[in-house]
Design a protein around this ligand. Structure first.
Ligand code: KG4
Ligand code: ZN
Length: 343
């Protein structure tokens, strides 16, 4: 059994966790920075990086205290090394390197996307490779065949915005503040998903790619028209995203024999998204798995678990491991116009 101390700092959540290779989370702590970014309606990279400098060391001390272990007891230090906002990535990765250097323990430089991708296996021990993954977060929207640790085949990506980004932009248009996903989901509960006619970009196309920029424009026009209730716009927007997910993932299922369908990343915390994808899996005879909401949004437990999986596979990194703003899971994936520009 290996014990991993993990750090996450790729966006606006500072997090630390202690995770074992037999799927126990001994301790974890997440501190969001919503209050710091809210006045700007989105994450300000410089503010995020500075906040990680202040918050992360205390979180490391806290999880070690909560689990009653010392750095000397851990087998490896896992830290997010990208992709993400580069200032924050550098803060967390260097903190991890400092801990590794001081303790003499190996470093595992974790791809944040691999953290999301492997997170379902932390809580679902029966989930074996391969599985088809819809990874929907603030920075990414991809369909990937997860074949093993470090082994990914990308079937589709977004040609413009990520799904979470679309939620955040729609929320901004509705004056709901940041982050938008949970606010839209809460408001949508009182709305009619059929009230506002919104587009379903790329639905029906033969390749399972995503596009959300046009949806944002349509929400903007609906808001400006002033004739719809905000609840109805929120519900209609959420339904449009869900419809895109279901249609695009259905196409991807035609291209993959993987026995399981998995959804992960911050947007997978959304109950409508989870329900719709579960039903799609059932209709297609696939096993379905989705992590609990707290494991979908950014956290260090998923980085610790990805670190444990990589450590078990002998995949450790040198103290010269680079911090990467961009780091695709499938570097051989077909280039898609406009895709992957954002971290
Ligand atoms: O995975 P994550 O925490 O961070 C990134 O790696 O990007 O995802 C954050 C994104 C944000 O865009 C947020 O609005 C969205 O996930 N999100 C949600 C929900 N909770 C978080 N979107 C829809 N419904 C939610 N309940
Ligand atoms: Zn994330």
């Amino acid at each position: 059994m290996a014990l991993i101390l993990a750090l996450e700092s790729s966006c606006d959540d500072s997090a630390a966790a202690l995770v074992t290779s037999d799927r126990q989370i001994l301790a974890q702590a997440v501190v969001g920075q919503n209050d710091a970014h809210r006045p700007f309606g989105g994450v300000v990279p410089e503010i995020a990086a500075r906040a990680h400098v202040e918050i992360l060391p205390g979180l490391v001390r806290q999880v070690l205290h909560d689990a009653d272990v010392s750095v000397g007891d851990v087998d490896a230090i896992a830290a997010t090394a990208g992709p993400g906002l580069i200032g924050g990535v550098m803060v967390g990765l260097l903190a991890g390197k400092g801990l590794a250097l001081a303790s003499g323990k190996p470093l595992v430089a974790v791809n944040h996307l691999e953290g999301h991708a492997l997170s379902p296996r932390l809580v679902d021990r029966a989930l074996d490779f391969p599985y088809l993954l819809l990874l929907a977060s603030g920075g990414h929207c991809q369909l990937l065949e997860v074949r093993g640790v470090g082994d990914y085949r990308r079937l589709a990506t977004t040609i413009d915005d990520a799904a979470g980004e679309a939620f955040d932009k729609a929320a901004k248009l509705l004056d709901l503040g940041y982050p938008g996903g949970p606010a839209i989901e809460a408001l949508a509960k009182d709305g009619d998903p059929n009230a506002v006619a919104l587009p379903r970009p790329l639905v029906g196309s033969g390749e399972p790619h995503f596009s959300f920029a046009g949806l944002k424009g349509a929400v903007q026009r609906a808001v400006q028209a002033g004739t719809h209730r905000p609840e109805d716009i929120a519900a209609s927007f959420q339904q449009a995203v869900v419809d895109c997910f279901v249609d695009r993932t259905r196409i991807a299922l035609e291209k993959s024999d993987a026995p399981s369908l998995v959804v992960a990343g911050g947007v997978a915390a959304n109950a409508s998204v989870r329900d719709a994808l579960r039903q799609l899996a059932e209709r297609n005879g696939r096993r379905f798995s989705v992590p609990p909401g707290w494991l979908c949004t950014d956290n260090a437990a998923m980085i610790g678990w990805a670190g444990a999986e990589r450590f078990a596979a002998g995949l450790i990194d040198g103290l010269d491991a680079p911090a990467r703003a961009r780091w695709p899971l499938d570097p051989d994936g077909e280039k898609v116009r406009g895709a992957g520009v954002k971290a």
